[in-house]
Design a protein around this ligand. Structure first.
Ligand code: GLN
Length: 250
């Protein structure tokens, strides 16, 4: 049923920041909007172009290798002011892994300390070994624990008062020590979770869509969808990783 409402999604530098299928997050956002009769206008921003944030509801930045991060970094820094205003105005932003690291004040790449966007009070240094594997995170923004995959050399440290996306039930998260994963700041979600993130975590997708609708139309109420397949995938991964299932422990 068409509602006449629509949201604009800006996908930043998909040619460079798309590790482990991160661009799949865009497909999920589009489908979950369309299934509810909401139009979804996705615009890609490529190297050499500037993001038009006026009229944008949701920004997505995927993950990338150090080399790719280094390339997009200057491009993003040139748009820092516009991105900061968008975030402070309640704009919705999802950033994964390399993209998440660039939200902070700095990212240590080898010996080089690369300046970040300072959109969120956090910074990333490095550690060894890389933190690799499947991850399960309990978050207040999703009814089911978030499942996915992480692979990063960076260790992210949140500033005092910055909320994490959630608590690590399995895996490493921000730094392998704190038990925290990702960040939540205003309507910004930063996370190390690839996979891509949204197909098996429909609650996160709906949280992002709801925040964007709230900002544009004053109400974020969402028609429920039949998520049987998505939830079965989430449940299967959780059972595998936590050793539990709805049929009991095994
Ligand atoms: N290059 C970053 C790191 O290794 C991020 C990698 C990623 O996006 N998976 O920490």
């Amino acid at each position: 049923m068409a509602s006449g409402r629509s949201l604009r999604v800006l996908h930043l530098y998909p040619e460079l920041l798309n590790l482990y299928g991160d661009s799949g997050n865009i497909l999920v956002l589009r489908k979950r909007m369309e299934w509810r009769g909401l139009a979804c206008d996705v615009r890609e921003v490529h190297m050499g172009e500037r993001a038009t944030l006026a009229g944008t509801d949701l920004v997505f930045i995927g993950g990338g290798s150090d080399r790719e991060q280094r390339i997009v970094c200057d491009e993003l820094l040139a748009q820092r002011r516009e991105l900061a205003s968008f975030v402070e105005d309640g704009g919705v932003l999802l950033a994964v892994c390399g993209g998440y690291q660039l939200l902070g004040h700095s990212y240590l790449m080898g010996e080089e300390k690369v300046r970040g966007l300072s959109l969120v009070d956090l910074y990333t240094d490095r550690g060894s070994p890389r933190l690799i594997g499947n991850v399960v995170v309990e978050s207040r923004i999703a009814p089911q624990p978030i499942v996915g995959y992480e692979n990063h050399g960076g260790r992210t440290h949140l500033g005092k008062g910055v909320e994490s996306l959630g608590r690590v039930l399995r895996g490493h998260g921000n730094d392998g020590l704190s038990g925290e994963e990702g960040c939540l700041y205003r309507n910004v979600v930063g996370t190390y979770v690839h996979g891509p993130l949204l197909p098996k975590n429909p609650g996160v997708a709906d949280w992002l869509i709801a925040r964007a609708l709230e900002r544009r139309y004053g109400t974020g109420e969402l028609e429920p969808l039949d998520d049987a397949d998505e939830l079965a995938a989430n449940e299967t991964m959780r059972a595998r990783l936590l050793g539990t299932s709805r049929f009991g422990r095994h």
